[in-house]
Write a protein that binds this ligand. Structure first.
Ligand code: PFF
Length: 450
């Protein structure tokens, strides 16, 4: 218990690492395709409301638990509620990270392939249809999909085995701003394409007639997925944070950055989808078809595309680090002597677990679970069941097991936090978050199952 923990060297380092965990495939790959299949603007609006009113308070809750205890998630819950079953929230988080990373890394592999191809082949002279075919070939080849998934997992293991702090902090400071700038360039091109306005409207004008029970649960899952919530990863990450940093401010910055990149992603994708006459409901391949097509319409597009793929790969990796870190920190209880072995053992196991997902768009595309491919079923289980369940338990845990004054004291460290805002947070976490999650579950069950 007295292990000396590694710490973030600066507040910026922590923000970037936590934002690095949050910003990744959720905002850039998943949000556009789920919004595309779930009604566009209405989905996005519900997602935004959930992010602000449920996600932000929960993020602050996870931060508070982690920094207060200064221990990785499973130990943290154990310290706060000794001799009870509450530490299972941490264990649920470890299981969730395990499943999530197994298919996340498959998509990471697709990015690796695209990155390599963007360098060797460029994008010149192709149209949307050719990119659609190209993507189909990439993901349906078992050898390519599995080796790319392996390469992505190896990159993740190599960083996590040395300790995330050292690796992430330095690189994030450069990569994150670069990602934002490049995204803005794509947005400008995308919204100025002919016929782009239809896409802007699809994304920003809510049409509630398409909202179902499923839409609400998807939006909830998406809000938690995007902020890396419900997994207790933010508990583990904030346990490496010093006491002189303000938790509420950090939480607001991370939510703000995530919302900003989500809007950029939507504005980059949908105008182009409509302009090129593509289908918004394309599903997981959406960005892999749309983005190269947009870049092929930009002067020097080939160069920008290489840069964009490098940054997207980086954003995806920083989220993957957090997922593997969650597993490794809990298996080793932060014992540095065990870190390396644990990173390899857990990482390789996750790779094996991901193989059926890697084959889901190829030789296993006819193996269906509840009507979904293995990949989609696992994503459904994680995003729409495990993450909301984890979030629900955390929201019940904090007000129940930590004294109100202790919570306030932890949030006050680093800079003053108004009592009225604290009270608002308390009401949101104690009542609004649990009720909203339970209602979203019930709504889906009543209005139509899986
Ligand atoms: N937030 C990441 C993304 O949006 O890509 C995914 C993620 C990472 C979800 C870590 C959950 C998590 F614990």
């Amino acid at each position: 218990m007295s292990q000396k923990q590694d710490q973030w060297t600066s507040k910026l380092g922590f923000i970037l690492a936590a934002a690095g965990s949050a910003i990744g495939l959720g905002a850039i790959w998943k949000l556009p395709y789920v919004a595309g299949t779930s009604g566009g603007g209405a989905f996005f609006l519900i997602f935004l409301l959930f992010t602000i009113f449920l996600g932000l308070p929960l993020l602050l809750t996870e931060f508070t638990i982690g920094r207060k205890t200064q221990h990785e998630a499973v130990t943290a819950y154990r310290m706060l509620a000794p001799g009870t079953f509450w530490h299972w929230i941490g264990k649920l988080g470890v299981a969730t990270s395990f499943f999530l990373l197994s298919f996340y890394s498959v998509v990471g592999g697709w990015i690796v392939v695209y990155f390599a191809r963007s360098i060797t082949e460029g994008i010149g002279g192709r149209g949307a249809e050719e990119f659609e075919q190209l993507f189909g070939q990439t993901i349906s080849s078992p050898v390519l999909a599995i080796s790319a998934h392996l390469i992505f997992m190896l990159m993740t293991i190599l960083v996590v085995q040395g300790g995330v702090q050292k690796g992430i902090e330095r690189v994030s400071k450069l990569m994150m701003p670069a990602l934002f700038i490049l995204f803005i360039i794509i947005v400008i091109r995308s919204v100025t394409l002919p016929g782009a306005m239809e896409g802007v409207e699809f994304f920003l004008l809510p049409d509630f007639s398409s909202v179902t029970g499923q839409t609400v649960l998807y939006a909830l899952g998406q809000a938690f997925f995007s902020l890396s919530l419900g997994v207790s990863i933010m508990v583990t990450y904030s346990s490496y944070l010093k006491s002189n940093e303000s938790l509420p401010r950090s939480a607001v910055s991370i939510v703000g950055l995530t919302i900003f990149i989500s809007i950029l992603a939507g504005l980059a994708i949908f105008p182009a989808v409509f302009s090129f006459g593509l289908e918004p409901a394309e599903g997981p391949p959406l960005i892999f078809i749309v983005l190269p097509t947009v870049f092929s319409e930009i002067p020097l597009g080939g160069v920008f595309f290489v840069a964009f793929m490098a940054l997207l790969l980086f954003a995806t990796l920083t989220s993957a680090f957090s997922l593997l870190e969650m597993v490794v920190a809990s298996v080793t209880k932060n014992d540095p002597a065990k870190r390396k072995k644990a990173a390899w053992a857990c990482g390789l196991l996750i790779f094996v677990m991901g193989i059926p997902s890697a084959l889901s768009y190829g030789i296993m595309d006819d193996v269906l679970i509840f009507g979904m491919t293995f990949f989609d079923a696992l994503d459904y289980l994680v995003s729409n069941i495990m993450l909301p369940l984890g979030a629900l338990l955390i929201a019940i845990f904090a007000p129940l097991k930590i004294k109100k004054d202790d919570l306030y004291e932890e949030m006050q460290k680093g800079s003053a936090f108004k009592r009225s805002l604290f009270n608002l947070w308390y009401v949101l976490v104690k009542f609004v978050v649990p009720i909203a999650i339970v209602l979203a579950f019930l709504n889906t069950i009543i209005r139509g199952g899986v």
